[in-house]
Design a protein around this ligand. Sequence first.
Ligand code: SF4
Length: 336
Amino acid sequence: MDTQALLEVKSLKKYFNMGKAGVLKAVDDVSFQIFKGETFGVVGESGCGKSTIGRTIIGLYDATDGEVLYNGKNIHKMNNKERFAFHKKMQMIFQDPYASLNPRSTVGEIISEPMEVHGLYKDKKKQMERVYELLEDVGLNRDHANRYPHEFSGGQRQRIGIARALALDPEFIIADEPISALDVSVQAQVVNLLRRLQKEKGLTYLFIAHDLSMVKQISDRIGVMYLGNLVELTTSNQLYKNPLHPYTQALLSAIPIPDPDVEDKRERIILQGDLPSPINPPSGCVFRTRCAHAMPACATMKPQWQEIDENHYVACHLYNKKVMGESNHSQIAATK
Ligand code: SF4
């Protein structure tokens, strides 16, 4: 992993229904960086805004406010020519491979389409050779090029989606719930494939998922989202060893532990209530209606985004000395 930020998301907001009653704040002031060669995982319940972040980064949605910089360039301010070139560098893998593959096209046509759009090959034979190479890269074979998507299993279809995403030789891939629709046994295979391709091709990933156990396996760093807000961000190991935010703690407590002795003693934190509507989010801390530690300040003040340890960020009043008072804060730190 490099220390150079390839992607910088700065105070990004994406609201829907602007100018109407009931503005939906899907992403509300989110900032993070993704470094070259790393996998950055974004995790949270469905409806937390994680897919909207991916779609806004790649430019499928315009940002309501804030910036997305790719190699220092604001992608929402690119002209058509710049945007066309940018799309060669950044590609997306979708959750439902079947819905994202044209059922009337052969696999060969599906994978070669982006190459045609970008005019990569004048020689059709060379283009087809590249399709075969990509099929082999993702664990399929050249005979598959003449078949149609319905002839494949879910896992194979996701491999086709990955081959198509690789067709333009991108640097950055946004994988939006790429394994959620697959059987558990196939999920690990696709994760291993993504890992291998990352090593071989030096790819950078934004990996979006709701399953924290799978995100841990592939991510170098993880951002946890709740109701359009980033609530915690740190390395994958640190998040599992020392989760700080009550929401992260609840998500982690739901993951079964393979050791039966430890599993027996595992205490599950059950979240009360449903995810509130992003049209009418709670005041102050958006997690307060489900948080066992909520206190009066949580209803009136939005928690600050703070770095608690090196590379470990959290937005929660429990870690804010001003809100908790010096002594309480030290007690919390000591019992972490
Ligand atoms: Fe819970 Fe308050 Fe922290 Fe929000 S700020 S997570 S409500 S303790």
